[in-house]
Design a protein around this ligand. Structure first.
Ligand SMILES: Cc1cc2nc3c(=O)[nH]c(=O)nc-3n(C[C@H](O)[C@H](O)[C@H](O)COP(=O)(O)O)c2cc1C
Length: 146
């Protein structure tokens, strides 16, 4: 059985009274646990500013490397969506390029492919049509209007 809430709490970080950053809650299965966190996204509704997980029970040194600042530092500048507006970000096996040349990939966590795949899956789900996809599209369309 798969159930989802109808509502989620999304934070807007304001700059000069306008939304500058969106902070969206994310969660999904890794290997041993559900990972709970937040993704910070630029006002373009596409560029990632940061990721953090505040609760999980993955193995320290393996899946637990989601908490490593060096891994988290690989995220800013990456893009959630491809040119067609589909969620495209994934955690690959091995190393990704830099955000400019390889915007849709993040380095895999070594020895932790299952946790890495879990992060890919949660990105795809939460930024797709059953997650925040419609919210992001609506926010993007409202930008520049107010
Ligand atoms: C004690 C123990 C803890 C593990 N913890 C994790 C984990 O947190 N996340 C994960 O993806 N794989 C974990 N693994 C490894 C997985 O079972 C699997 O081998 C691994 O995900 C494969 O990744 P690789 O293809 O990068 O080697 C653990 C294995 C053992 C024996």
């Amino acid at each position: 059985m798969f159930r989802l809430p109808n509502n989620a709490l999304v934070y807007h970080v304001l700059k000069d009274g306008k939304t500058d950053t969106l902070i969206l809650p994310i969660e999904g299965y890794g290997l041993w646990s559900v990972l709970y966190g937040y993704l910070a996204v630029d006002k373009d509704a596409n560029t990632i500013k940061g990721i953090t997980f505040y609760a999980h029970a993955e193995t320290p040194g393996l899946g637990g490397e989601v908490d490593n600042p060096k891994w988290k530092a690989l995220w800013p500048g990456r893009k959630i969506y491809d040119d067609k507006g589909q969620p495209a970000l994934s955690v690959i096996k091995g190393n990704a390029g830099d955000p400019k040349t390889d915007p849709h990939h993040v380095d895999g966590l070594s020895g932790a492919t299952i946790t890495s795949n879990g992060v890919s899956n949660l990105m795809k789900f939460w930024f797709g049509k059953d997650g925040f996809g419609p919210y992001m599209a609506k926010f993007k369309a409202s930008q520049g209007r107010s």
